[in-house]
Design a protein around this ligand. Structure first.
Ligand code: 0RQ
Length: 502
């Protein structure tokens, strides 16, 4: 307590996780910290799950609505799902058990653009927030809070919740102080003013989170690591897509549409994004910046090599090795990493002004360039839209990347018509598979179709796509803008559901 909880009032509220969990009741709405497995509370959710199971054994209902920053970890979403303790969840989930409960209809899921969550909470669109459970690295003598490895929606949860539970995690480096930029200038319309952020590493806020001490009902001490997901080694497909993307950036520099230091990069999570970052490591580009929502190992590598001069984000998403590298040498990164609330890291106004290069994964794209990032065969959710919509629509340049097939070739990632739309044909600029790259900028729908089929489709599916496109053009000569065979457009997905193969 001495080292991390320096405020006398809050030090008196220290209690066990079990006692703190007594402060959360059935049917309540809880705003948890946490984004991509970083900075989530580590102890209170498990204690809450035990309370829920005990209630269920007595035959009583005990479920809560859970709001977060983005995905969390087994010790938050995992334990609450195991206890059948969630009635509703927003805005992004990566937990496998919770995903099954969402897809089986047990849990309601609201999949929202990550930049929208804080303002929607302020607008009152989701109803009230009963409790905030937020991880911090320290409580300063004046009650200010040092955030940890993610900021997410913490500012908003601390402001809007009736009661607050703090977890002070001594696994998180005390040296996190000074890594955060918490913007307190947001207002509700019509009082809104421009966000005066014009370069990625600019500070526009405070290093600390604020909380009204009168609302803090519990402070819990923990010493527990973040999720720290292992990284998969870069596979051949990912390397091929990364090479295509880096080559394309070169092409843009040659054509004077980009400078040699490019523009601020945003890379989604996963294998391909990491391969792209590795590809940039070997490239001639330098003095790079990133304005993104998650800091993966690849971005640390770029910082270490000096290719990247700074990263603005809202969270980390590191492997265990990456977390050790960062934690052991945290002072080395000070001033070169800034963590912001997700409403600022993903803010459309800022993304548009800075002119980002946005690189995100997808489930499938159709021949006209609509992209599905979230659903398998139209109905089962994978994770959620995350920040991909915030970034892609407002970026200077956006890329959507995926292998051309999934499930060992049983599925084509290029289809006649996407089974769910997250990014419309109006938003999508460049589609990349291991087969090739389709630059869709300025093309009409039919020109896009020719290019996507030709460049991106897997050879096993290319002829069938071309055949669909040809027949669609013959079918209705008066409907040639975006030709479709309406009875057949989703037949590939129907075939996958019925036979296991497209
Ligand atoms: O499932 O593991 O069960 O085999 O989808 O696919 O190929 O491992 O690719 O990890 O990059 O994820 C779109 C889901 C891609 C991700 C998505 C199956 C495939 C596998 C994962 P299995 P891969 P990735 C910033 C940006 C939305 C959020 C976002 C995502 C699983 O990128 O969640 O962009 N994006 N955020 O087998 C059926 C297809 C499929 C398919 C792949 N066509 N049909 N299944 N799969 N293609 C980050 C944040 O916002 C936090």
């Amino acid at each position: 307590t001495g080292l991390r909880i320096l405020d006398r009032t809050l030090a008196r509220r220290v209690m066990s996780a079990a006692e703190a969990a007594e402060q959360i009741g059935p049917g309540e709405t809880v705003g948890f910290s946490g984004f991509t497995g970083a900075g989530h509370p580590k102890a209170v959710p498990a204690a809450l799950a035990r309370r829920m199971r005990a209630a269920h054994e007595r035959g009583e209902e005990f479920r809560v609505q859970a709001w977060t920053g983005a995905s969390t970890a087994p010790d938050l979403d995992g334990v609450l799902a195991e206890a059948h303790g969630l009635s509703k969840r927003l805005p992004y989930n990566g937990d496998p058990l919770l995903r099954r409960q969402i897809n089986s209809g047990e849990v309601e899921y609201v999949d929202v653009h990550l930049s929208h969550v804080a303002q929607h909470s302020w607008f009152g669109f989701y109803g009230g927030l009963d409790v905030a459970v937020v991880e911090v690295a320290a409580v300063l003598p004046n009650g200010l809070l040092v955030p940890t490895s993610s900021v997410g929606n913490n500012k908003t949860w601390l402001e809007n919740a009736d009661r607050v539970i703090l977890e002070v995690n001594s696994w998180q480096p005390r040296g996190f102080e000074g890594f955060h930029d918490i913007y307190y200038g947001t207002r509700l319309p019509p009082q809104r003013a421009p966000i005066q952020l014009t370069t990625p590493m600019q500070r526009i806020g405070d290093p600390y989170l604020r909380v009204d001490p009168a609302k803090v009902v519990a402070v819990v001490e923990t010493d527990h690591p973040d999720r720290n997901t292992p990284l998969r080694p870069v596979d051949d497909d990912s390397r091929a897509m990364a090479d295509l993307l880096v080559d394309f950036l070169r092409h843009e520099v040659r054509n004077d549409r980009l400078h040699r230091s490019l523009l601020p990069l945003q890379a989604g999570v996963g294998n391909v994004a990491n391969a792209v970052l590795a590809g940039l490591q070997e490239s001639e580009f330098e003095h790079l910046t990133a304005y993104t929502e998650t800091i993966q190992d690849g971005l640390l590598d770029l910082l270490d090599s000096g290719k990247l001069i700074g990263v603005s984000s809202t969270s980390f998403g590191l492997s265990e090795e990456g977390a050790r590298r960062f934690n052991d040498d945290i002072h080395h990164y000070k001033g070169r990493i800034l963590l912001r609330p997700q409403e600022i890291s993903n803010h459309p106004e800022v993304v548009r002004r800075l002119g980002l290069i946005a690189i995100n994964g997808m489930v499938e794209a159709d021949i006209y360039g609509n992209v599905n990032s979230t659903h398998v065969a139209g109905s089962s959710i994978v994770n959620g839209i995350g920040g991909s919509g915030d970034f892609a629509r407002n970026a200077y340049l956006n890329f959507f990347v995926s292998a051309s097939t999934a499930k060992n070739g049983a599925i084509s990632s290029i289809v006649p018509f996407v089974s769910h739309v997250d990014h419309t044909e109006h938003d999508v600029q460049v589609v990349i598979t291991e087969q090739g790259l389709a630059d869709l900028r300025g093309l009409s729908p039919r020109a896009r179709a020719r290019k996507i089929i030709d460049r991106c489709a897997h050879p096993d599916y290319r002829d069938r796509l071309a055949d669909y496109f040809e027949r669609a053009q013959r079918e209705r000569p008066d409907a040639m803008h975006t030709p479709h065979l309406l009875g057949e457009a989703l037949s590939w997905h129907r075939s996958y559901v019925e036979t296991g193969h497209m």
